[in-house]
Design a protein. Structure first.
Length: 223
């Protein structure tokens, strides 16, 4: 994305609405609801495979760029994408992520080529998104309504539970691939897992609440 978009007041209101509902669910459960989501984030981070080979397309999630380019976490995603592409060069890579100036997808593409990505590997760029939900919604549009089969979602371990939740809501058949070979606390710091649990709680409870009350605008934002 080359420029900033005007904020959507309805989006901000819907996010606040679902956020308050999620917070109340955590408060009235004495934190047990939040702990359940934290447990899911931790379990998916630990259990996801590094060598998963399923999927007709590899969706590589972008990440906000550091001043010098991809940071260590983003670089791990790109290293894994390169290894998968060399193993199955006929399978397209879908690089996700917008941003101001040069997009996350474009930077990822440039770094992969510089690292030796074979020229014959198909590469698609989704360069209009600003978050994980938009990554997947735009990828769905890019792949077309008649999606041929499951996709492989590639990201850092801490991020995979959120990716999986949104992929289910958007109707993707999917597999998960971790950028890191194994779960290590040094690479998945507790504060990061705590933050991801907040996102997951917000997404899931907000979606359930929207369906419960029949709030079509909120439902359409996450489906």
């Amino acid at each position: 994305m080359s420029g900033a978009r005007d904020p959507d007041p309805l989006l901000k209101r819907d996010m606040l609405h679902s956020g308050v509902v999620s917070l109340l669910a955590c408060v009235f459960s004495f934190g047990l609801v939040y702990l359940a989501y934290l447990g899911r984030v931790w379990w998916v981070a630990r259990a996801s495979r590094h060598d998963e080979a399923g999927g007709d397309y590899v969706l590589v999630f972008g990440k906000q760029l550091a001043p010098h380019g991809p940071d260590e976490e983003f670089s791990r995603r790109l290293q894994r994408a390169l290894a998968l592409a060399r193993r199955q060069p006929q399978r397209p890579l879908v690089l996700l992520g917008g941003g101001r100036g040069e997009t996350e997808a474009a930077v990822a593409h440039r770094h992969l080529r510089a690292a030796g990505l074979p020229e014959h590997v198909p590469v698609w760029l989704e360069d209009q998104s600003t978050d994980t939900l938009e990554n997947l919604r735009n990828a769905r549009a890019l792949l077309g309504a008649g999606q041929p089969g499951p996709v492989l979602l590639l990201s850092n371990r801490y991020h995979l539970a959120r990716c999986a939740q949104l992929a289910r809501q958007l109707g993707f058949q999917h597999h998960l691939c971790a950028a890191e070979p194994a779960f290590r606390w040094s690479e998945q710091p507790p504060l990061t897992l705590l933050r991801e649990a907040v996102y997951l709680c917000w997404i899931d409870i907000g979606s359930r609440y929207a369906r419960l009350i029949g709030h079509q605008r909120m439902i359409q934002r996450v489906h």
